[in-house]
Design a protein around this ligand. Structure first.
Ligand code: AMP
Length: 215
C-alpha cells in the first residue's frame, strides 16, 4: 500500500478520520482535545474525515479544523441528519443510506484513524476498523488518543483477551496509543503496524460448499 504523503506534494492530501463522541463528555479536557486535534490536522494540510455531525466532540473537532482553514469531509446517514444535526459548513457532506455504508465510506476515504473519547458509537467504529485490519480487509493505522487516561480500561481488556487466548498477541499492536495530539497524528500518518492477518494460516484444502448471500 502506498503511504500517505504529508509533504503537500501528493495530488491527494492525506486524510485522517476522527472517531469520537457525539456528546461532549463530562470534562472540558475532552473538548479541548477535540479542538486541538482538529486544529492540528488542518495546520498540517491534512483533510479531516468524520461522521458529519455538529454535536459533541465531533462538532468541536470539525469546527476547529474549519477555523484553521482546513478541509473537512462529513459522512452521515439520512436518519442521523437531524439527530446529530448535520454540520452545515463542511467542505463536503456525503449522505449515505446506512450506518454500515457510513463506516465503509469513512474507511474508504481515510488513510488513518484517530479515536478520541466517545461512547458506544465510537466503540463500534473503533471495533470495526480494528477487525477489518485484523482480517486484512484494510491496512491502515488506528490510534487511540488517551485523553486523561480514557482508553486505559480498553487496553486492559485487550491484555486480558490476549491472556484468555481470544486476541493474538501481535494484534495488540493494532491499537496504537498516543498521549498527545502531535503523537496521534504522527502515528496515524505513519505506516500501519505489520501484524499478520488473523486467517493467514487458513487451510486452502477447505473446499466446503459456499452459498453466497450477496447474489
Ligand atoms: P457515540 O460515541 O455513541 O456518541 O457515537 C459516536 C458516533 O458513532 C456518532 O456519529 C454515532 O452516530 C455513531 N454511532 C452510534 N452508534 C453506532 C453504530 N451502532 N454503528 C456505527 N456508528 C454508530
Amino acid at each position: 500500500m502506498s503511504r500517505p504523503d504529508v509533504t503537500g506534494t501528493d495530488p491527494r492530501p492525506t486524510r485522517l478520520c476522527l472517531f469520537c463522541g457525539s456528546n461532549a463528555g463530562s470534562s472540558d479536557v475532552y473538548t479541548e482535545a477535540a479542538r486541538a486535534f482538529g486544529a492540528a490536522v488542518a495546520q498540517r494540510g491534512i483533510t479531516l474525515v468524520y461522521g458529519g455531525g455538529s454535536v459533541g466532540l465531533m462538532g468541536e473537532g470539525a469546527n476547529a479544523a474549519l477555523a484553521e482553514g482546513g478541509r473537512v469531509i462529513g459522512v452521515i446517514t439520512e436518519q442521523l441528519l437531524r439527530a446529530e444535526v448535520a454540520h452545515g459548513g463542511l467542505t463536503e457532506l456525503e449522505v449515505v443510506n446506512s450506518m454500515h455504508a457510513r463506516k465503509a465510506r469513512m474507511t474508504e476515504l481515510s488513510d488513518g484513524f484517530v479515536v478520541l473519547p466517545g461512547g458506544l458509537g465510537t466503540l463500534d467504529e473503533l471495533a470495526e476498523i480494528l477487525t477489518w485490519n485484523q482480517l486484512g480487509i484494510v491496512t491502515k493505522p488506528v490510534v487511540l488518543l488517551d485523553v486523561d487516561g480514557y482508553w486505559a480500561a480498553l487496553h486492559e481488556w485487550v491484555e486480558s483477551a490476549v491472556v484468555s487466548g481470544f486476541v493474538r498477541p501481535s494484534h495488540r499492536m493494532l491499537l496504537q496509543r498516543a498521549a498527545t495530539v502531535d503523537e496521534a497524528i504522527a502515528l496515524a500518518t505513519g505506516p500501519a503496524p505489520d501484524v499478520g492477518h488473523k486467517w493467514i494460516d487458513l487451510d486452502p484444502s477447505n473446499t466446503g460448499e459456499i452459498r453466497r448471500a450477496d447474489g
